[in-house]
Design a protein around this ligand. Structure first.
Ligand SMILES: [Zn+2]
Length: 299
């Protein structure tokens, strides 16, 4: 494929390649749907990630390691993290499989399917509303594809702080707060109290002098009902084998076309016909030829 002509700007070299690429993308999309469906994460685990101060800490959480494993299994590539701030994460995808599918395309950011998978993982899996944007793409000449995840602050405040943080805020508000007393009264180490204060400061709930800010007092009112909303259940990595099996089971194109996740097939499709059509498409030189084969097949 070394010829230089106007076909270079086309995403695919031929109709057969387009069909085979569509097949690959459909497989990935189906795996994403299955993977996300099975990735409900309890707040207590998302919280550990939200409290992280740097990419290394994020990489060490069970949640992020699960996400890496899931993105590999869904067929997207190897996920890493390059930057963390309070309401924004920068994710990096190396060995991007979606870029490989659009083999002949040489420009533009094309990993919409990956952006969408990240969005769904955060919104459906973690209960964290966000906006995801691909900011660098291997197709544009970057080494890796990069995605910025902007988390909705209210959603983060809802999950990031736990009951002990709220007790701590209440204690500071009562103006009888001292680190050692608080640690003794609540059966925790002084170091933990200091770490919690550091996190509260990063969320602008307390200021430099550990006084409650306006955001802090607003949060405290808003937070009273949060304990009742929090559900406790096993994180999805406790049943990783089930997820792996479910994703692997979705590996055929026929299944991808005839099944929808978690429900009965919407359209009754003869899967053998789809497989035949895809096979024929690879051998066909044009759309017209493919259609004539398909019509003969059904006569
Ligand atoms: Zn990309």
């Amino acid at each position: 494929m070394d010829e230089v002509n106007d076909q270079e700007v086309e995403p695919f070299d031929s109709f057969a390649e387009a069909v085979s690429s569509l097949e690959k993308l459909t497989k990935i999309e189906t795996k994403i749907a299955v993977g996300i469906e099975k990735s409900l994460v309890p707040w207590k685990e998302s919280r550990k990630l939200l409290k992280c101060m740097n990419p290394d800490q994020v990489s060490n959480t069970s949640l992020f390691q699960f996400m890496q494993n899931l993105f590999l299994q869904m067929g997207l590539g190897k996920l890493g993290i390059s930057n963390v701030s309070r309401f924004q994460l920068t994710l990096v995808l190396t060995d991007c499989q979606v870029c490989k599918i659009y083999r002949t395309q040489k420009s533009g950011r094309i990993c919409f399917i990956t952006s969408d998978a990240i969005l769904k993982f955060f919104v459906k899996g973690l209960d964290l509303p966000c906006v995801v944007e691909e900011t660098k793409c291997a197709k544009e000449g970057s080494e890796n594809c990069e995605f910025k995840v902007d988390l909705q602050p209210l959603g983060v405040y809802k999950i990031a702080l736990d009951e002990m943080d709220r007790v701590l805020i209440g204690c500071i508000l009562s103006s009888k707060f001292a680190v050692k007393d608080f640690a003794d009264d609540n059966g925790i180490e002084e170091g933990e109290v200091l770490y919690r204060l550091k996190v509260l400061k990063s969320y602008q709930i307390v200021d430099e002098n550990h006084n409650i800010t306006e955001i802090g007092s607003t949060y405290y009112k808003f937070a009273q009902g949060l304990r009742a909303l929090e559900e406790d259940f096993d994180p999805p990595w406790k049943s990783l084998a089930d997820i792996t099996t479910a994703i692997a089971a979705k590996n055929s194109f026929a299944e991808a076309m005839s099944e929808t996740v978690g429900s009965e097939p919407v359209i009754d499709v003869d899967s053998s016909e789809i497989v035949n059509l895809a096979e024929e498409a690879k051998k066909s030189k044009s759309f017209a030829e493919l259609i004539s084969k398909y019509v003969k097949l059904n006569e």
